[in-house]
Design a protein around this ligand. Structure first.
Ligand SMILES: Nc1nc2c(ncn2[C@@H]2O[C@H](COP(=O)(O)OP(=O)(O)O)[C@@H](O)[C@H]2O)c(=O)[nH]1
Ligand SMILES: [Mg+2]
Length: 327
């Protein structure tokens, strides 16, 4: 059985099939271009490979991965093979390139006591929105969830969470600062205490956006991290770095500096619905060796999902594969 049929079979075993990657800009452009390529070249030649490399590079999956993928395809095809046949190879190689050296990428949950997630990143990437969506995700799994409004810096940040909790979420609790501009570390301290005393399953901590070169803000983050550890030595169970997929590889570089103060254990990749650089999901691990654990694909409460490689590659490549089966 070919790779594609196997992937399809694995997918159909799952009850819930969501097409969120498929309708987004990233996968649509990619599929269109790959299909265009097979129309333009009926047979494989050197120009075909050059075009293919360019298409892959545009998705921002990283030059190293692109060259690896095309090198493997070159090895597997004979000169003058039909380009139709290559489409499945592309899907297979994309999958393999990411899957090689794969390690545990599920969110890390506490064995007992509250699971603490610290959410960090630069301004506007989608930290607060992702927290609201994540709260909903875990609540739907039956967890008791507390959000800590740890962004006491930006006016409106607490209100933004309040609005989510009042208007768009149900049964989620929010811990707010007592006064404006309160030291975020003290709000976080109260949050951890409350989570332990009141038996919360999940504690999601929002933080202010910060640039990695702002020393005082990075020190503040370090203080928050230490305060969590002091109460719960095994926490935070995840330090999530939120990255806007639109910033592509530039965004990824920031994760390194954040790791100096609070070791980044996972990436939340947001705005996958509005980018043509979705390939970034595949190369982050290559670049910084930190796995993507959640992806955000819209502004609604349900638009966040744990990252799943099968799903991602399926949706990324199904556009150019399905055409084959239908015609
Ligand atoms: N299209 C889209 N917009 C998003 C997504 N995540 C966040 N946003 C939007 O990005 C903007 C900034 O989000 P916010 O959570 O306030 O960012 P923060 O500064 O990192 O907390 C808001 O307008 C959000 O609605 C996403 O996955 N898709
Ligand atoms: Mg925010």
């Amino acid at each position: 059985m070919g790779f594609w049929s196997k992937l399809k079979e694995r997918r159909s075993e799952k009850k819930e099939i969501k097409k969120h990657y498929k309708e987004n800009k990233s996968t649509l452009t990619f599929s269109k271009e790959i299909k265009g390529l097979s129309k333009k070249y009926k047979k494989v030649n050197e120009e075909y490979f050059e075009d293919l490399e360019n298409i892959l590079i545009k998705t921002d999956m990283g030059i190293k991965m692109v060259l690896e993928i095309t090198k493997n395809i070159r090895k597997k095809v004979k000169k003058d093979s039909s380009t139709e046949f290559i489409k499945e190879l592309i899907a297979e190689e994309i999958y393999d390139a990411y899957d090689r050296g794969r390690y545990h990428a599920e969110p890390n949950l506490a064995k007992e006591g509250p699971t603490v997630f610290l959410i960090m990143g630069v301004n506007g990437v989608g930290k607060t929105t992702s927290i609201a969506k994540m709260a909903n995700y875990y609540k739907n799994l039956g967890k008791k969830v507390l959000i800590v409004a740890g962004d006491t810096f930006r006016a409106g940040a607490v209100e933004q969470l309040e609005q989510w909790v009042t208007n768009r979420l149900t049964d989620i609790d929010l811990l707010k600062p007592d006064k404006p501009h309160q030291d975020p570390a003290s709000v976080v301290f109260d949050g951890v205490k409350k989570a332990v005393e009141e038996n919360y399953d999940m504690l999601l901590i929002d933080t202010a956006g910060r640039l990695q070169n702002k020393t005082n803000l990075m020190q503040e983050l370090e203080k928050i991290f230490k305060i969590i550890k002091r109460t719960l030595p095994k926490a935070p169970h995840e330090c999530f770095m939120v990255i806007d997929a639109n910033t592509g590889q530039n965004g990824v570089v920031q994760a390194k500096s954040f790791s100096d103060v609070a070791p980044v254990t996972g990436i939340i990749l947001t705005k996958m619905d509005s980018t043509s650089k979705g390939g970034i999901a595949l190369c982050i691990k290559d670049l910084i060796n930190i796995p993507v654990k959640f992806v955000g694909f819209g502004e609604s409460v349900g638009d966040l999902k744990p990252f799943n490689l099968d799903d991602y590659v399926f949706e990324l490549t199904s556009g150019f594969m399905e055409d084959d089966n239908e015609n």
